[in-house]
Design a binder for this molecule. Structure first.
Ligand code: EPU
Length: 335
């Protein structure tokens, strides 16, 4: 276990806000987690690729930086392939590894920043697929008791950008590996309009690699590269409201994008709502809203965590005033 004190978090967070962690531990194995339990104080803060975390200020607890590596094929029956992946592996590299072997199911999730351990935590999703599509189980360690658990999908309670790890198990259960069931026969998911358009241009029967390449191209065009313009991807979730409110809003704003979801509720595009309030391209104190995607807050010039969260609050207020809709942050806030 490598323990360092007063470590700047900026290199570890794609938003690049420069706050300090009092204790910062590099975790390369389950034995490192056991050592951290013995030698470092709670509260623990679990850090993967840092692409969905923005601290408000300096962090007083112990940051556990999960760097557990390894990709292992556990079973292969010719179609289905079971793969266990260390929580510290880079998600995009794992997706590319699977596409290289034609192990299907996750190709729509190309280029999502962050680590494999963070994927079930917030049930990452894009272009019609969520990681839960291929999820089999995960292993985690309870930092209060030291107990090791194997957790299946129902126990994870996957929802839209949500799981039990974002709720009551937050900062208690540390995910150490995730096991996915991929499949060479998994159908391609091409119903998302941008993906369908890209695939329609193919002169041959579309392959998994074509879908992967299309998603990489779409994301590259719309979403800023955190290495060039620090950001945390979508800052807010797309709000889900009841059908009556959705119908009322549509009568007032006929162009408002809406999608029906389960139990008669309706999902709205947070980006559209924010865009309508005039935020796109706005800048203040180094922090702003991306010019190509209104859902992305960018740290263009040395903004702090509190500046980012202040802008988030201002955006939430303006959307609530204009549409009566509450936006919930997708990004995790470290107080
Ligand atoms: N739109 C605007 N203005 C904008 C951008 C979009 O009006 O600046 C409207 C468009 O009408 C568009 C709609 O908003 O039809 C939705 O936009 P988009 O298709 O770009 O997707 P999104 O709903 O903004 C979600 C995910 C992304 C994911 C994409 C593609 C959430 C919070 N975000 O974004 O996930 O990549 O769909 O599936 O669900 C992330 O979670 O970090 C993330 C990037």
């Amino acid at each position: 276990m490598l323990l360092r004190r007063n470590v700047s978090l900026a290199p570890y967070l794609t938003m690049r806000v420069d706050h300090v962690a009092r204790e910062f531990v590099t975790i390369r194995s389950i034995a490192d987690l056991d050592a951290a339990r013995r030698h470092c104080d709670a509260p623990y803060r679990i850090l993967g690729g840092g692409s969905n975390i923005v601290p408000v200020a300096n962090v007083s607890g112990t940051v556990l930086h999960i760097c557990i590596e390894g990709i292992e094929i556990l079973a292969d029956d010719g179609n289905a392939v079971t793969v266990r992946v260390g929580a510290g592996e880079q998600w995009h590299e794992f997706v590319e590894w699977s596409v290289d072997r034609d192990f299907g199911g996750l190709e729509n999730l190309a280029l999502i920043p962050g680590t494999v351990g963070a994927a079930p935590m917030q049930n990452i999703g894009a272009y019609g697929v969520e990681q839960s599509r291929c999820f089999l189980q995960l292993e985690c360690v309870n930092m209060s008791t030291g107990e090791r658990l194997v957790v299946d999908a129902p126990t994870c309670r996957f929802g839209y950008r949500d799981s039990v790890f974002k709720q009551e198990w937050r900062d208690v259960m540390v995910i150490t590996s995730v096991t996915y069931m991929l499949n060479r026969q998994a159908p391609l998911v091409t119903d998302y309009a941008d993906v369908r358009r890209a695939i329609e241009g193919c002169t041959h029967t579309p392959t998994r690699r074509d879908v992967f390449d299309a998603v990489v191209a779409i994301r590259t065009a719309k979403l800023p590269n955190p290495a060039e313009l620090p950001n945390s991807g979508s800052f807010f979730k797309n709000p889900v409201i009841d059908a009556d409110q959705a119908a009322m809003l549509l009568s007032q704003h006929p162009a408002m994008p809406q999608w029906p979801v389960s139990d008669g509720r309706v999902k709205l595009a947070a980006a559209w709502l924010i865009d309508q309030c005039g935020w796109k391209g706005f800048r203040n104190n180094g922090v702003g809203v991306h010019t190509n995607q209104a859902l992305v807050i960018v740290n263009a010039e040395g903004g702090t965590g509190s500046t980012v969260w202040q802008m988030a609050a201002d955006i939430q207020r303006s959307v609530a005033d204009a549409f009566g809709v509450e936006l919930e942050a997708e990004v995790n806030r470290w107080d």
